[in-house]
Design a protein around this ligand. Structure first.
Ligand SMILES: [Cu+2]
Length: 166
């Protein structure tokens, strides 16, 4: 195999500088807040209402300051705070009649969401921001929340699938 001399392939100082600047900019961007997308699904092919209406994904783990773009809060879907699963200092959220809405999460903690209309069928989700201090009592808080049995079951399966139950 014939090797080409490498010296002729050395990039010019200008290109090296440009690459360094670019990687620097990209580095700063990746350290910034991220935006995640949560869809609200109506799956007409699903068997039963418990599977028909759902958030996707149903669990998100964020860094403090990250954002979620909630999509499809239309045709009955909404995004509403579950008060029993909400950090004390965080303002409640109520999104309806919006194809998309972006929410920022500056407070660490556990955030529970339900759809106002389909929560009764278990349309609920969890967002965990940062490293919340109290997470081991999550199961008890779900039990105590004013939610339908289907929603409680959904939230409990989310935390057990994620290995968050003690
Ligand atoms: Cu809904």
């Amino acid at each position: 195999m014939v090797m080409k001399p490498k010296t002729s392939r050395l990039p010019s100082a200008g290109i090296v500088l440009m690459a360094l600047t670019l990687s620097c900019i990209l580095g700063i961007q990746s350290a910034r807040a991220e935006t995640f997308v949560v869809e609200q699904i109506t799956d007409v092919k699903a068997s039963g209402a418990q599977k028909m209406f759902r958030f996707a994904p149903e669990l998100l783990r964020l860094e403090v300051g990250d954002e979620i773009e909630f999509r499809n809060s239309i045709r009955g879907h909404t995004v509403h705070t579950i008060p029993a699963l909400w950090p004390e200092n965080a303002p409640p959220i109520a999104i309806s009649y919006k194809p998309n809405a972006t929410v920022r999460f500056p407070e660490p903690g556990v955030y529970g969401f339900k759809c106002q209309r389909h929560g009764v069928y278990g349309m609920a989700m969890l967002v965990i921001v940062g490293d919340p201090k109290k997470i081991d009592d999550l199961g008890e808080r779900i039990d105590a929340a004013k939610l339908s049995d289907d929603a409680k079951q959904k939230l409990k399966s989310i935390i057990s699938n994620a290995g968050l139950t003690p």
